[in-house]
Design a protein around this ligand. Structure first.
Ligand code: BGC
Length: 259
C-alpha cells in the first residue's frame, strides 16, 4: 500500500505546477506537471489552467493551491507581481467552480514555509522560524512551534526608501546584474531590518536561488542562524497539499476559522 496522498498546485508568475504529494514524507508522489501561466494571468485563465493540471493526473479530491499574494480565507487581497484583476477575487469560489474540486488557497511563501518546517531545512524546529523566498518578489512565512501565522508580508518592508523586494529579491540581483557580494550586502541589510522587528530563532532562505546558496548565503551577515531551504521547487506544492489535507480533511469540507 502506498502512503496517504494529497495534491498541491503552485501558481507562479511563469508556470502553474502540480503533483500528487506523499503526505507522510513530504515528497512528490509523481513527477510534477507544469503549464506556462497564461498571459495575461487573469483569474479565469489561471483557474482553467489549474483544472488542466488536476485533470492531467485524474485527481478528483480536495487540493491545496498556492497564490503569490495575500490570501485571506480564500480571498485574494493584493497583487504585487500578478494581474491586478485578482485583487478582491474570491479564489476559493473561483477555483471550486472552475475545477469541480474543493480547493484550499494559500499564499505561496506560507505554503513553502510550512513545508520547510515539516519536512525540510527547519524540520521539527521549535520556536519562531522565519522562511523567506527570494524570487521575483520576497515572500515570507512565520511558523511558530509548527503553526503558521498566515500572510506576513515582510518582502514589502521599506529598505532605504524602497519596497524591500525591489532591492533585495533575486529579480533585483538579475535586473541590476549585481555580484554575489553586492547582493549579499543588500540581503544583510534586509535581514538585519527584519530581525530588528521579528527576532526569529531560525531563518530559512528559499526560492530558486537557494540551489546556489554556497555562492551567497555565507556572505550574508545575519544575527540569526540562516540556512538554505532544502525542498527547492517542491516546497509550494508540498505545503499546499499538507495544508489542504489538514484543513479540508477527506470530505473536502472547509473548516472556517474566522477571527
Ligand atoms: C507578495 C507575497 C508573495 C511574494 C512571493 C510578494 O510580492 O506580496 O504575497 O508571497 O511576493 O511570491
Amino acid at each position: 500500500m502506498g502512503h496517504k496522498q494529497g495534491f498541491g498546485v503552485d501558481i507562479g508568475g511563469s508556470g502553474i505546477k502540480g503533483a500528487p504529494v506523499d503526505l507522510e514524507h513530504g515528497k512528490l508522489a509523481k513527477e510534477r506537471f507544469r503549464v506556462p501561466t497564461p498571459q495575461p494571468s487573469t483569474p479565469d485563465a489561471v483557474a482553467k489552467t489549474v483544472r488542466e493540471v488536476l485533470d492531467h493526473f485524474g485527481w478528483d479530491g480536495p487540493f491545496g493551491c498556492t497564490f503569490p499574494a495575500v490570501v485571506q480565507h480564500g480571498m485574494v487581497r493584493t497583487a504585487a507581481n500578478v494581474d491586478k484583476s485578482w485583487i478582491g477575487t474570491d479564489a476559493h469560489e473561483l477555483l471550486r467552480a472552475a475545477t469541480g474540486r474543493e480547493p484550499l488557497v494559500v499564499n505561496d511563501a506560507d505554503a513553502a514555509g510550512l513545508a520547510e518546517v515539516r519536512f525540510g531545512a527547519a524540520r521539527g524546529h521549535k520556536g519562531v522560524v522565519l522562511v523567506t523566498t527570494l524570487g521575483t518578489g520576497i515572500g515570507s512565512a512565520i511558523v511558530v512551534d509548527g503553526r503558521l501565522v498566515p500572510n506576513t508580508e515582510l518582502g514589502h518592508l521599506e529598505l532605504d526608501g524602497h519596497d524591500a523586494e525591489s532591492r533585495a529579491a533575486e529579480s533585483a540581483r538579475e535586473r541590476e546584474d549585481l555580484s554575489w557580494e553586492d547582493w549579499a550586502a543588500r540581503l544583510t541589510r534586509y535581514y538585519r531590518h527584519v530581525e530588528d522587528l521579528v527576532w526569529p530563532d531560525l531563518i530559512v532562505a528559499g526560492g530558486g536561488v537557494s540551489k546556489k546558496a554556497e555562492k551567497w548565503l555565507p556572505l550574508v551577515q545575519a544575527r540569526t542562524e540562516l540556512v538554505p531551504a532544502t525542498l527547492l521547487n517542491t516546497a509550494g506544492i508540498v505545503g499546499a497539499a499538507v495544508l489542504a489535507a489538514e484543513q479540508l480533511g477527506h470530505a473536502g469540507k472547509r473548516h472556517h476559522h474566522k477571527h
